[in-house]
Design a protein around this ligand. Structure first.
Ligand code: HEC
Ligand code: HEC
Length: 332
């Protein structure tokens, strides 16, 4: 009896030891893989249904990826954008990449009060803000047109993959950057730009068009073909938060940023300096209630005594402290 039990236990023990050894020797690579999985939500585009709705989702995805081909300056579906930047150049992987202005929750989150306009916007109106500002639009998309319906259908579909039950899921917002006690430094940013960014975006920031000339291989960061000063990407903190996880494109990840927070802020201060660089349509759309302005939205009037320059490049802590002391919320 005893013998038989032993002989049964031994093979189990062996299997246990072998798997324990295997487990510990692969442990390092396994935990790395798990980490990568944590930072990605698989959105399987083969699951887009073969229905009329699915066709709209597919078209919406194409619009995200190759925006100007359809609605750009020479767009096959009409001329809406003033430049050839694609939505996916900022909302990477067609809005599904984490920590990259992710759009998977947007369908849940609108209609929403927007301080910028001082009113409640629908998701369609919010999309048109990106058509008009970062994409330097000549006119907004008709709210019930095929393209807007396709964008909305696509955003609804990717929303079905978004983690539910959380107010904000991990990766929906970009990572925070620490705000230093000193102002961001555009001169340092210029040197960092040449070292980390110019090889793709060009010394002149003009980017490189793709072979088909409908979209960019490397999108422009300033100049007539880039985003307007009223875009959120033009806000220094906002841009730095995005750069941290996403640029340089071939090296940075959310887990392993290449730039320090201070470097990301210096580069964003250089890229977004209106003294150094030109941009299209410097007109801005102002917050009707100045107390609701994001602190790095550097267009007067403000409810605080700080200059446009300080709002643009900091130091921001005194602004935050002042706003708090007056009972306002400091957003950025
Ligand atoms: C130059 C960069 C850039 C481009 C190009 C761009 N966007 Fe945006 N978009 C942003 C930024 C920055 C925000 C603000 C995100 C934030 O505040 O966290 C934003 C916000 C949005 C939002 C609101 C997200 C939310 O949940 O609140 C939607 C929807 C959106 N963009 C759709 C689009 C679409 C569709 C296109 C293409 C037609 C596009 N964007 C092009 C930078 C860009
Ligand atoms: C290896 C090439 C490469 C390098 C280096 C690189 N980028 Fe990019 N950048 C890209 C590509 C490609 C995109 C578009 C991303 C996409 O479509 O997924 C992009 C997009 C951007 C955008 C958003 C689109 C736009 O036109 O505004 C900004 C801002 C940006 N990069 C800034 C930077 C900065 C700042 C650096 C240096 C820290 C940098 N990039 C380094 C390739 C690069």
């Amino acid at each position: 009896m005893l013998k038989r039990t032993k002989s049964r236990i031994i093979p189990f023990l062996l299997i246990f030891i072998i798997s324990a050894v295997a487990f510990f020797s692969c442990n390092e690579t396994e935990s790395k893989e798990m980490n990568e999985q944590e930072q990605k939500i698989a959105v399987d585009t083969t699951m887009i249904p073969n229905t009329k709705f699915g066709a709209a989702v597919k078209y919406g995805r194409q619009l995200m990826l190759n925006t100007a081909y359809y609605i750009g300056p020479n767009g096959t579906k009409g001329r809406y954008l003033g430049n050839k930047i694609s939505c996916t150049n900022c909302h990477q992987e067609a809005g599904t990449k984490l920590f990259s202005f992710n759009l998977m929750k947007s369908h849940d989150d609108y209609p929403q009060y927007r301080a910028r306009e001082g009113k409640i916007l629908t998701l369609a109106e919010r999309i048109n803000n990106c058509v008009m500002r970062p994409q330097n639009g000549v006119k907004p998309l008709p709210l019930d047109g095929e393209e807007m319906v396709a964008f909305l259908s696509y955003l609804k579909w990717i929303n079905s993959f978004a983690p539910k039950g959380e107010e904000v899921f991990n990766g929906q917002k970009n990572k925070a950057v620490d705000l230093p006690a000193v102002a961001a430094n555009p001169e340092k940013g210029a040197l960092l730009y040449q070292a980390n960014c110019a090889r793709c975006h060009g010394k002149d920031g003009a980017g490189v068009l793709a072979a088909d000339r409908h979209a960019y291989r490397y999108p422009p960061l300033w100049g007539a073909q880039s985003y307007q000063p009223g875009s959120s990407m033009h806000r220094v903190i906002k841009q730095a938060q995005w750069l941290k996880s996403n640029m340089p494109y071939d090296k940075a990840t959310a887990d392993a940023p290449v730039l320090t927070d201070a470097e990301a802020l210096d580069i964003a201060a250089f890229v977004n300096s209106d003294k150094i660089h030109q941009r299209p349509n410097p007109k801005t759309f102002d917050y009707p209630h100045p107390e609701e302005k994001a602190i790095d939205y550097a267009h007067a009037p403000f409810v605080d005594p700080f200059t446009e320059e300080q709002h643009r490049i900091g130091p921001w802590q005194p602004i935050i402290d002042y706003l708090k002391s007056k009972g306002y919320t400091a957003t950025y």
